[in-house]
Design a protein around this ligand. Structure first.
Ligand code: NAD
Ligand code: GDU
Length: 328
């Protein structure tokens, strides 16, 4: 297939590009490089990088037509929960506005297949875990709200324009490519696993946000999923969409929750370092527990996570951070 990947120079996008290339797909990336890295595409000689913004729909229509694109995988977004609480309009502008522009360009260019990066943050504070896809969606932060709005936009776009889509609701992406020089490099870094590993490298303390959650050890529980397992699910979803028109949603997680303290303990074992911690208040917008029910993705897409035990996730991330202590 000829695939356009928006945000393909970012963390999850570049790992997905690696899987698509491995399977012989022709890949064009559109990225404005605000948080992505040109270097993350260096291993892929045949991949075209168009440095552009998805909100430029004329440019997007031209790229879709010129490259004769069959399908789009859409990662480009702002995606920090805390930042979205202080600057919500930037999230509506980039995520909702950008996706509306992208869908309009797809409609103009006659491209009707999309895989969209959604998030567990659409669920908000769940009534129970594990969370199935039909659980109520009540985001607790503007980031999750923008993704819910986009999922609804996709449902209407299917009804009106037969734009067929899969929204993949990732839980917590983590880890790094085991064989290629690809990993997580965000500035500032807010995600737990890279922060814990950077703390180990720099001998600095890592802050634990909240110790009074209603969880077994009082710290927040998340479902960590290896970035390459996520990448593989995108490839499967694209192929599946060919025979399943509609606007679908799938959870992508590991099905198991780990607390912040458990993650830090796993990192201590992998790094063999005594990582110091400080305890602070909860971070605004954070739910207590997010753990996925993953039966639907496993049964419908035939997807099986292979690298997502916590030690493998932390080990591959540690290998990346040790080799690239200052990122790309
Ligand atoms: N990392 C996670 O744990 C996680 C969890 C759930 C969902 N997601 C979603 O997955 C996607 C990718 O996340 P990531 O962690 O790889 O983030 P990232 O910041 O590394 O990647 C996003 C990429 O999109 C590009 N981009 C942003 N806005 C753009 C625009 N208007 N035009 C063109 N390019 C633009 C950035 O430059 C970057 O390369 C996002 O949509 C995010 O919301 C991430
Ligand atoms: O230095 C840190 C960083 C994080 N945390 C805690 O660790 C947990 C995980 O935090 P991350 O920032 O790594 O991830 P989030 O769960 O906040 O968010 C991630 O997963 C969400 C879905 O679960 C969204 O999709 C979002 O895009 C993605 O960033 C949270 O309880 C957070 O408060 C700390 O205690 N200290």
């Amino acid at each position: 297939m000829r695939i356009l990947v928006t945000g393909g120079a970012g963390y999850i996008g570049s790992h997905t590009v690696s899987v698509l290339v491995d399977h012989g797909h022709d890949v064009t990336v559109v990225d404005n490089l605000t948080t992505g890295h040109r270097e993350s595409l260096a291993p892929f000689a045949g991949v075209r990088l168009v440095t552009a913004d998805i909100r430029d729909s004329e440019r997007m229509t031209a790229v879709l037509r010129q490259q004769d694109i069959d399908a789009v995988i859409h990662f480009a977004a702002l995606s920090l929960v805390g930042h979205s609480m202080t600057d919500p309009l930037a999230y509506y502008h980039n995520n909702v506005g950008g996706t509306e522009r992208l869908l309009s360009a797809m409609k103009d260019a006659g491209v009707s297949r999309l895989v969209f990066s959604s998030t567990a943050a659409v669920y908000g504070e769940p009534m129970s875990v594990p969370i199935a896809e039909d659980a109520p969606t009540r985001p607790t932060n503007p980031y999750g709200e923008t993704k819910r709005v986009i999922e609804n936009m996709l449902a209407w776009a299917y009804q009106a324009h037969r734009l067929t889509s899969v929204s993949l609701r990732y839980f917590n992406a983590a880890g790094a490519h085991p064989n290629l020089p690809l990993g997580e490099d965000h500035h500032p870094e807010t995600h737990l696993i890279p922060r814990v590993l950077q703390a180990a490298l720099r001998n600095e303390p890592v802050p634990v946000y909240g110790t009074d959650y209603p969880t077994p050890d009082g710290t927040a529980v998340r479902d960590y999923i290896h970035v390459l397992d996520l990448a593989e699910a995108h490839r499967l979803a694209l192929e599946w969409l060919e025979h399943h028109p509609g606007a679908h949603a799938f959870n992508l997680g590991n099905g198991q929750g780990f607390s912040v303290r458990q993650v830090i303990d796993a990192a201590r074992l992998v790094t063999q370092q005594d990582i110091p911690v400080t305890y602070g208040p909860r971070r605004a917008g954070d739910p207590a527990q997010l753990v996925a029910s993953v039966e639907r993705a496993q049964q419908w897409l035939g997807w099986t996570p292979r690298l997502s035990d916590l030690t493998t996730i932390v080990q591959t991330a540690w290998d990346w951070h040790r080799r690239h202590p200052w990122g790309y």
